[in-house]
Design a protein around this ligand. Structure first.
Ligand code: SF4
Length: 359
């Protein structure tokens, strides 16, 4: 998967079932077979490889030649439903969450693309989910998905899938022999979740990846927009109904506090990701006292990847990361009326945020 290309809906309507066999894709496959670098692989593969960094194709073992026929059907499918989401998780952004998009329409946090509205963002602010889903394009693409016969793995993300009215219908249309995984923050109202779950016909090959890494106040800070009470109620409903669950944990300098409590409360069936974007939320952007305390706590825990976490905590940070973290954190808390004194005192002092800081 490289840089996305725009779907030509007029062409697609005249060529149903060919969404992955457009003239452009066929030409790119031919070029790849002829060892000609294609421009849509530039950002994800050619650039990092030129710098000696691992590229997506190398990491996923797809640099080996496996397919030689140009016309092809997908075996793995990543479906991004859209960005409708009622949460503003601390590490997330306008690209994935409509709540983040609305938030930055009220002003920036830092002078970076993450916090800057583009003309497309301004259009997206005005389009409702209903309008989006009633478009011709949405129906055309959904019909295309129904024609795929070779898919073995499907991963669905949002936004928040349970906020999409047609999400159960999509799952019901996809259910076959393939393994389906979807990500949710479980931030929806409990009764809505119940209704959405009741419309799913079969969940034997579904895995629900629940995004969370903290309990109580840290949860409500980092997964802003949901309460911990609603989260646990929703989680218990999934468990009662026999859904297969793993947790999707994003490790940042804000989510690492209380990770041990989360693992103690919910177990260690976890898929861990280190937050690398934005860099000021990397796990190592902390003062040395906090790092020592966390390392001690984590080393005494049952966390499966504790050695990797402790090693990452001790990677040196930069002055710029420290400054950006302070600016972001103060603004994030101010806009949400959150109290920062849940974080260690030494961390708040290191960031230049007053002790017992109250917004
Ligand atoms: S629930 Fe997911 S999409 Fe929504 S803000 Fe959190 S990380 Fe972003």
């Amino acid at each position: 998967m490289g840089t996305p290309s725009k779907i030509d809906l007029t062409w697609l309507k005249n060529n149903p079932g060919k969404i992955f066999n457009t003239p452009l894709l066929l030409q790119e496959r031919q070029d790849m077979l002829d060892n000609i670098p294609v421009s849509s692989c530039e950002a994800a593969c050619w650039k990092p490889e030129a710098k000696g960094l691992p590229s997506r194709r190398v990491l996923s073992g797809t640099n080996a030649r496996t397919h030689t026929i140009l016309e092809s059907q997908p075996e793995k499918l990543n479906i991004i439903l859209g960005s409708t989401c009622n949460l503003t998780c601390s590490y997330c952004d306008k690209q994935y969450s409509s709540s983040w998009l609305r938030d930055i329409s009220n002003g920036t946090y830092l002078d970076t693309p993450k916090f800057t509205l583009t003309p497309l963002d301004r259009v997206m602010l005005k389009v409702s989910q209903k309008e989006h889903q009633q478009t011709d394009g949405f129906a055309t693409v959904l019909n295309e998905v129904k024609t795929f016969t070779n898919v073995k793995n499907i991963c669905i993300t949002g936004g928040e899938p349970f906020l999409y009215n047609s999400f159960p219908e999509l799952l019901n249309n996809l259910t076959g022999s393939e393994e389906i995984m979807f990500y949710t923050g479980l931030g929806v109202d409990h009764s809505r979740l119940k209704t959405q779950l009741s419309k799913i016909n079969n969940h034997s090959n579904l895995t629900v990846v629940v995004s969370a890494e903290n309990i109580d106040k840290f949860y409500e800070f980092n997964r802003y927009g949901n309460t911990y009470e609603n989260f646990t109620k929703n989680l218990n409903l999934l468990i009662e109904q026999g859904f297969k669950i793993i947790f999707g944990v994003v490790l940042s300098n804000l989510t690492i506090h209380g990770l041990v409590d989360f693992v103690n409360a919910h177990g260690d069936s976890i898929d861990y990701t280190f937050c690398n974007d934005p860099t000021y939320l990397q796990i190592n952007v902390l003062d040395s006292d906090t790092v020592d305390q966390l390392a001690k706590q984590i080393s005494a825990s049952d966390i499966a990847i504790k050695d990797e976490i402790i090693k990452a905590l001790y990677v040196p940070n930069t002055r710029k990361q420290q400054e950006n973290c302070a600016t972001f954190l103060k603004e994030f808390a101010r806009r949400r009326n959150l109290n920062l004194d849940i974080f260690p005192e030494s961390m708040l002092q290191w960031l230049g945020i007053k002790e017992n800081y109250v917004v």
